[in-house]
Structures are given as C-alpha cells and as structure tokens.
Ligand binder design. Structure first.
Ligand code: NDP
Length: 484
C-alpha cells in the first residue's frame, strides 16, 4: 500500500502543519481509498494566515504593477511546466477523467494567471471634468481578502479568484474545498519556487463549517470572493452583512438548454449538447440540466439524445476511453442517487442510466453513476427545481417561444443557459428574455475571460472575469481637484 500524502497549509511563505495537529481524510473518488490527510485548520491557523497577509499587504500593494504581473506569469510558467503532474493529481483528487483535467482544468488555471497578469496592466479608471474642477477615480487594493472555492473545478476556480486579487495588489487567504485540496497544496510549492514574497498568498485547508466560517468572520478580512452552493453563499452573506464586508458570491444553477426545431443537428452540435449535460459528471455549475425541446422534434430528439448518452463510457478516470469518471465523494454520490430515486417517486420515467456503475478492478470501490436522462416531469417538481449537480438531466417538451422562456425562467436560479436555433432574430429575442447571467447561442462553455461571469437570482451577486474582477478587488475613491 502506498503511503498517505500529508498535505500542509501555506502560510507566510512556508508549508506548515495545522497548529493543533488536527487532520481530515481525503479520498480518491475513483477507488474510495483514503489516500491523503489534509489540515483541519482552526482559528489559530486562520489568525496566523490573516496576520501574515496583513503584514505583507503594504509591500505587495506598493509593488509596481509590472512586477506583480511578472510574479503571476512566473507562477503560470512553472505550473504549465508541471501540467501533466497537476492533471493527474486533479483527476485523482476529484474523480474527473485525466483527459479533462489535462485539456480543461490545468490549462485554464494557467490562463487565469496569465490573463490577470496582463489585464491588470491594462486596468484604468475614469476621470470626470466639470466646470472649475476635475475628478478622477483612484482604484486601490483592499487589503487581506478571502477566496473560498469549491471542489468541482478545484485549481481552475481557485486561480480564477486569487489571480485578480493578487494582480490588483491585495494579499490573499484562500481556502480550497476540504474534499479536493491536493492541487492547491501543490500550487503552494509552485509559488515558493516562483519566489512569491511571504504572506502575499496564504492557503489554509480545512472544513467549510470550521475553517471557512472562521475566515469569513475574521475582522482582518476586507472582502470575500466565494464560489459554491447557494446555501453556503447565503450563510456567508448573512455572516458578513453586519460588518458590511464586500462579498462576491457565485452560486448554484439549474440551467436550461433550449432546443428549437430549427437547430442545426450536426455532429459537432450534438457533441457539444451532450457535453453541456455530462461534462465532469455534470458537476459544472454551467452544465445544462433541464433540456427543453420543441414538441415537433421531441420524439426524434429524445431517441437520438438517449442513444448518444448510452454510448458514453463511465470508467477509470485514468483510462483515456472514459468519458465520465467518478462523483467527487460518497456523500455526493448518495445525494445524486437520492435525487434519482426522488425523480422516480415524482413520476419521472428513466430513459437511460438511473443506477450506480460498478467499475471492475482498481475502481471497484469508486463512486460512479451512469449518465441519466429522465422525462415526464413537470417544471415545478423538485427534480426540475433543485440543483442535483450530477450526471442527471430531464427532458421537457415545449410548444412555442413564450412557453419555453417561461419554462427556462421558472426556477430560483439564473446562472447560464444555452439556446440552440438557426433563427437569428429568435436567438437575440430569447437571449434578452432569459433570466440568466450567461447565455450561449449554438455553443456552450465558450469562454472569453474578459466577459462578465456570474448569475442572477439565487445563482449569485456580483460578476467575476475581466475588469469586473479587478473592480471587485479594488475600492474606488473619487479625488476632486479644484482648478479655480
Ligand atoms: P459548498 O458551498 O459546500 O462549498 C464551497 C466552499 O465553501 C468550500 O471551500 C467549502 O468548504 C466552503 N464552505 C462551506 N461552508 C462554509 C461556511 N459556512 N463558511 C465559509 N466557507 C464555507 O459548495 P461545493 O463545494 O459543494 O460546490 C458545489 C456548488 O458550487 C454547486 O452548488 C455549484 O453550482 C456551485 N458552483 C458555482 C459556480 C459558479 O460560478 N456560480 C462554479 C462552480 C460551482 P468545504 O468544501 O471544505 O466544506
């Protein structure tokens, strides 16, 4: 049996164990094996990390922008050089196929760092000339900020937060998910190798309920950037409201995929549509989980879709032939299976999947679920209202444009939608009417990092991406100069 990995916090430039020697078990989802121990940090670790970040702030915020950008680029370069190693680690920790981590997660983490290294050099602010005076807006970094990220895209979302925070001149205390801490731990070594000054980035591992909560409540934290579930987002919003701490909350989704009869059903579009439902085992906040199909093509669409979903291979994430790997944890596996049982109770018909998958050999103990397609459920039932965050989608027929817009908007969420049609004017009309932060037309997950990213309703408050992220991580100050 190989020895268990012992992870560490990264505080004040050093890898350090938790002060009270408490640890959490980390499991490999594909095998169910306990393979690493992660610090279960408490208030003492958070205090030390916030103190280190606070001490580092004056120097880091005064470091010339070009030099901060050079640090981020250096980290990106070192990360890219270890891409294969990171891809394997991300796959092992989260259960996703190595191929996905290699093509999506780690390259995107590299891009996040490079993007914000460049963006901050282009960041500018406004000036307002008036009679007898001129105003200009200073945008200044906030201080020590908290970045809290989830398990579904571990390093991808971790870097998506820390890169703009650091680029803008803040220092950071980051808390990755306790479920997938591995690549954040490895990333700390990359930062050390890149010579990032001590205290500029601190990574404190531990549970959300203890470590995360202590971080959010810490009086030294000037802003919080959070991605995770709506439930946790609501708890954070409530915790910080009395202190008026700035918070950006990216939360859950129940995204609609709208397929009109005139959509171009070619091979590329089919592949994208299937990917939009099941990529990363459906554990991407942007995955479409309610597929709304125009009634005139419903039967044909259903038959083809189910055939393509049946052809997806669930298996060892290390196997290049696997389209889907394992769900991230036993608890999440149980939750997803519970939702499938609920869909049955609600009267849904399972068209394919609906069961756990037993993978032979090394992965016999893993948490695998077959990609599942359900029909026959109304828009108001729990299956069509609650985020499942697994390889489970429903099919719902619609009659016309008004009806599909109403169906698409009929949840508390509003993160992303995709619309499939060749009717140009309809694409624009529908995009404008959807209650959604992001609308893709005839595509999915095409990302330009300059665009505003985030949701409406219970999917989020605030926007990430591009200049929005740099604005979030800075405070505008108006300076008025009298010219008379
Ligand atoms: P959680 O809300 O459970 O956790 C997110 C992060 O918050 C984790 O680091 C978690 O720690 C931490 N946390 C949990 N409780 C607290 C607390 N009380 N105070 C401070 N931090 C806390 O989400 P999941 O990790 O389960 O992620 C899945 C969710 O994330 C889905 O709902 C998905 O839609 C959403 N998501 C949204 C995205 C978006 O851009 N809108 C993108 C990706 C995912 P720990 O894990 O250690 O408990």
């Amino acid at each position: 049996m190989s020895e268990r990995l012992k992870l560490a916090n990264y505080i004040d430039g050093r890898l350090t164990p938790p002060q009270h020697d408490h640890w959490l078990d980390v499991f490999e989802p594909a095998t169910g094996a306990h393979y690493a121990d992660c610090p279960d940090s408490d208030g003492a670790d958070i205090d030390t990390a916030v103190a280190a970040a606070t001490r580092a702030f004056p120097h880091w915020s005064a470091t010339p922008v070009a030099q901060r950008a050079r640090f981020l680029n250096r980290i990106a370069e070192l990360l890219e050089a270890r891409l294969e190693e990171f891809a394997h680690a991300e796959s092992r920790d989260s259960g996703k196929p190595v191929a996905l981590a290699r093509s999506l997660d780690i390259p995107r983490a590299v891009s996040n760092l490079r993007f914000f290294a460049t963006a901050v050099t282009q960041f500018a602010s406004e000036a307002h000339a008036m009679d007898g005076a001129i105003n200009y807006t200073l945008r200044q970094p906030l201080g020590a900020v908290a970045c809290i990220s989830p398990w579904n895209l571990p390093l991808y979302l971790f870097t998506w937060k820390i890169a703009p925070a650091l680029a803008a001149g803040n220092t950071v205390v980051a808390k990755p998910s306790e479920i997938t801490p591995l690549t954040a731990w490895m990333f700390a070594q990359v930062c050390i190798d890149a010579g990032l000054p001590p205290g500029v980035l601190n990574i404190v591992h531990g549970s959300g309920a203890a470590t995360g909560q202590r971080l959010v409540a810490h009086p030294g934290i000037k802003a919080i950037s959070f991605t995770g579930s709506t439930r946790t987002g609501a708890a954070i919003a409530a915790a910080v409201a009395p202190r008026f701490v700035k918070a950006s909350l990216e939360m859950g989704g129940k995204n609609p995929t709208l397929v009109f009869a005139d959509w171009e059903a070619n091979e590329t579009n089919w592949a994208t549509l299937v990917r939009s439902a099941f990529s990363n085992q459906g554990q991407i906040c942007l995955c479409g989980s309610r597929i709304l199909v125009e009634r005139s093509i419903y039967a044909k669409f259903k038959a083809e879709f189910v055939e393509k979903v049946r052809a997806l291979r669930v298996g060892d994430p290390r196997d290049p032939a696997s389209d889907l790997g394992a769900l991230v944890s036993q608890a999440h596996f149980d939750k997803v299976m519970g939702h499938i049982a609920l869909a049955r109770e609600e009267g849904g018909t399972i068209l394919c999947g609906g069961d756990a998958v037993r993978v032979q050999g090394r992965c016999a103990g893993g948490w695998f679920v077959a990609p599942t397609v359900i029909e026959g459920l109304g828009p108001a039932c729990r299956t069509n209202q609650e985020e499942i965050f697994g390889p489970v989608v429903t099919l719902i027929p619609f009659g016309n444009e008004d009806e599909v817009v109403a169906l698409a908007n009929a949840t508390n969420y509003g993160l992303a939608a995709s619309v499939w049609t060749t009717h140009l004017a309809r694409a624009h009309r529908v995009a404008a009417r959807l209650e959604s932060g992001i609308v893709w037309v005839n595509c999915w997950l095409k990302r330009d990092l300059r665009t505003p990213f985030g949701g409406v309703k219970q999917s989020g408050i605030g926007r990430e991406g591009g200049l929005d992220a740099l604005r979030f991580f800075t405070e505008p100050k108006n300076v008025c100069i009298n010219l008379e």
